[in-house]
Design a protein around this ligand. Structure first.
Ligand code: GLN
Ligand code: ZN
Length: 765
């Protein structure tokens, strides 16, 4: 018999119950007990939803983040909170977000743990902190309680824990000591944990080592061997889980580690399955992640069965089936969606539906396809409808992509020539000032957008209200004395959704929420078909804004790579192909803006870096098509049109040459938090075009002083000639309020004026 299981279920709830409970609790509007009750009820519901599986997961739920849970279970709690008063939960939230409810009045806030992306997903975890004195001690009481709770729903309960080696890998050594020195101590705590699990009646434990899909040095490979040779004495069966990629040079290692089973993401690593079956010792089970846990498409069940049947014939009872990874990365339940077009709805599967697919596949293998023939037929119909849908395939789009030429992505003249033309045209002062696009999204703006969306406000009134906001924003910027203005983006809820809604090929859900970090969720739009520009999206707003001022008005767009990386994408063509369609669509918008008389256009690529593959050896392939897509979008303009781009991540040293290849006239980036250290990269690499290193950390309510901005810019001017420097904030201002933004920008402009009158270009360059 084939066995079914799940690696992890989304935690937030069908209606984001966890988010709302957490946020209420943090405000002091919900008691700790009520919060824990909500969490308990959600877990119980999720187990109910999974009882059709042979094994249900426990330990996958978290109030904030599962890596932080691991830190607390292993007793690795930063010293800065351990002495503070309050409950364990208080400390948990202090590490997660800097404060707990207990801190609301008498603020004993501490700095929150660092947060970073969980592999190449959009989920963020709290980075474990280590130093050479770190000691671990087991506190598994929460996991034990949850196991008991789960066992009441179903006896076959499989705890999910983060493996010791991945746990170390994901953390950060605070004193530069070698994290691997901590392995021995950590392993003894893991051994203890596995004993406790045995005592709790546990038979199988899923132990996640996702770092097996990364490039590992010998030291880390050795650590994996050491860990699992030691843990093999544990009285439970270990299912070693890898996901998000291929094992490649770690394949043999993964097969040989002395555990009882291996889980493989057979969506990402399908081509390795045959080799793994050859390598895997015959006493081990193989769990295949055959349902994509990171995307929202229905699985082609018949095709999957065609592939699985011979594997099943070979492995028999040793075959387990599951989604490829935890379902944390997909929304909960498609049945919540009422407004999706019927055909698109039929093509999708969220967490609940994906688990049903697992069960159907297992039944087909165990009892023959006839036992599920109706479901297979229905599935077949949906798959065929998607393959043949006119809404998916538009020959004009694919033909246009085929006809893309390098010339389309190349500016008419090189930067230095364009710069001359642009200088003459714009007559900007030295150290010109600008912002990144959005201005405070006030209560009023949100209300107007909501009323319009809900049909309470007619189109003409909405239009008028938005124009009023734009006019206000332009007036503020003129009064402040900024050099290049923006319209302020009042009409945009989200930089991807806004454009997606107006392009062909995109669909939107009502409840398709996915956890990004803590209580923060995102609702990625779905690219289901060929993407095309239908009509100008932004021109009217920008043209209106330009009509109100003699200063240049910067048009504001989201770039193709960011549109791609923040959406659920098609699985029937490569990401590169989809990106090229997006590039053409946004290019049309760029040209429409130019046509409308807009002379400066910013194309945001906030998420460019996020798309980097897990393995460095694959970076260049990604960067090649991503940069090409940007160039196709941006570079069809005249020499006297100035292209800006913006990226809001701090580490870009390692992809600097790729960024330079985009050939934007101006790039604005985040730098102020690192005190311009980021610009160290410019010592090695001469960035050829203009650059605006952010001097105002918009994530903080603090107002930067004139002096601090001057200091930062002087540092920048040591590396980049002054005539190629801009002065601007780190990112958009939409989360700030005007009371903060006005003085901050006033200081920014004063600093720019000081710099242009006190520093001659020769002095600083
Ligand atoms: N133009 C966008 C804004 O200002 C950029 C946002 C971003 O980089 N994340 O809001
Ligand atoms: Zn940004």
């Amino acid at each position: 018999m084939v066995t079914t299981h799940n690696l992890g279920f989304p935690r937030i709830g069908r209606n984001r119950e966890l988010k709302f409970a957490l946020e209420k609790y943090w405000k002091g509007e919900l008691s700790e007990q009520d919060l824990l009750d909500t969490a308990g009820a959600l877990r119980a519901q999720h187990w109910q939803d999974q009882t059709h599986l042979d094994w249900i997961p426990v330990g996958d739920f978290s109030l904030y983040d599962h890596v932080l849970d691991a830190s607390f279970m292993l007793g690795n709690i930063p010293e800065r909170v351990s002495a503070l008063s309050g409950s364990e939960l208080d400390n948990y939230f202090r590490v997660a977000r800097g404060r707990s409810v207990a801190d609301n009045s008498a603020c004993s806030c501490v700095h929150a743990g660092e947060m970073t992306k969980w592999f190449d997903t959009n989920y963020h975890y709290i980075v474990p902190e280590f130093d050479k004195n770190t000691q671990f001690s087991l506190n598994a009481s929460r996991l034990r309680e949850q196991i008991q709770q789960a066992q009441r729903v179903q006896p076959q309960v499989k705890p999910v824990i983060l493996g010791p080696v991945s746990y170390l890998w994901l953390g950060k050594s605070k004193d530069g000591s070698d994290k691997l020195e901590l392995l021995d101590d950590l392993l003894s705590v893991y051994a203890q944990l596995l004993h406790e699990l045995k005592n709790a009646g546990i038979e199988w434990v899923q132990i996640d080592e996702p770092i097996l899909v990364m490039e590992l040095t010998e030291a880390w490979k050795h650590a994996l061997r050491k860990a699992y040779y030691q843990l093999q004495a544990a009285p439970v069966n270990l299912l070693l889980a890898t996901y998000f990629g291929q094992l490649q040079d770690n394949l043999q290692l993964a097969c040989e580690l002395p555990v009882n089973g291996l889980h493989l993401d057979s969506i990402a690593a399908k081509n390795e399955v045959a080799t793994i079956i050859d390598w895997l010792p015959s006493h081990k089970i193989l769990s295949l992640g055959v349902i994509n846990g990171r995307n929202i498409w229905k699985t082609d069940l018949t095709a999957t069965l065609d592939w699985l049947e011979p594997i099943h014939a070979r492995l028999k009872d040793r075959l387990w089936l599951a989604p490829s990874c935890s379902l944390l990365h997909v929304p909960v339940d498609l049945n919540n969606e009422q407004k999706l077009a019927a055909d698109v709805h039929a093509w999708l599967a969220f967490a609940i539906q994906k688990l049903q697919e697992v069960t159907v596949l297992a039944k087909a293998l165990n009892q023959g396809r006839d036992s599920v023939s109706e479901i297979l037929q229905e599935n077949n119909a949906a798959i065929t409808s998607r393959k043949q849908s006119k809404r998916v395939h538009q020959v004009t789009v694919t033909a246009r992509v085929r006809e893309i030429t390098d010339a389309m992505g190349t500016r008419q003249s090189p930067y230095h020539q364009r710069a001359r033309v642009q200088r003459k045209k714009f007559q900007l002062p030295l150290f010109p000032t600008t912002t990144i696009g959005s201005f405070p999204q006030t209560q009023n703006i949100r209300q107007v957008r909501r009323d319009f969306r809900e049909g309470q406000l007619a189109e003409p009134e909405y239009h008028q209200a938005m124009q009023k906001e734009i006019a206000l924003c332009v007036r503020e910027q003129e009064a402040l004395g900024l050099d290049v203005l923006v319209h302020g983006e009042p009409e945009r809820n989200d930089m991807v959704e806004y454009f997606g809604e107006q392009l062909a090929g995109y669909a939107f859900t009502d409840y398709g929420w996915v956890q990004s970090y803590g209580s923060r969720c995102v609702k990625p739009p779905i690219i289901y078909g060929d993407v095309a520009h239908i009509q100008p999206i932004t021109t009217e707003w920008i043209r209106y804004a330009q009509s109100l001022t003699n200063k240049p008005m910067k048009g504001m767009l989201t770039g193709p790579v960011t549109m791609l990386n923040w959406s659920f994408v098609r699985d029937d063509q490569s990401r590169a192909d989809t990106c090229m369609q997006l590039a053409l669509a946004i290019r049309d918008e760029v040209l429409a803006l130019e046509q409308a008389g807009i002379a400066i256009i910013q194309i945001d690529e906030a998420a460019l870096r996020e798309g980097l593959p897990l393995r460095k050896s694959q970076w260049n392939t990604y960067l090649d098509w991503a940069i090409r897509a940007f160039r196709i979008t941006a570079n069809g303009v005249r020499d006297d049109t100035q292209i800006h781009t913006h990226m809001c991540y701090s580490e870009f040293n390692d992809i600097m040459t790729a960024i330079a290849k985009m050939d934007a006239d101006v790039i604005t980036i985040e730098t102020s938090r690192s005190n311009m250290e980021l610009l160290d990269a410019f010592d090695q690499f001469q960035y050829p075009n203009e650059i605006g290193p952010g001097v105002y950390d918009i994530h903080s309510p603090n107002i930067p002083s004139v002096d601090s901005i001057i200091e930062l810019m002087k540092k920048a001017a040591q590396r980049i000639p002054a005539e190629r420097l801009w002065v601007n904030p780190d990112c958009g201002l939409k989360t700030r309020n005007w009371e903060e933004v006005r003085p901050a920008l006033r200081n920014m402009i004063a600093a720019s004026r000081y710099l242009s009158s006190h520093l001659s270009t020769t002095q600083v360059s």
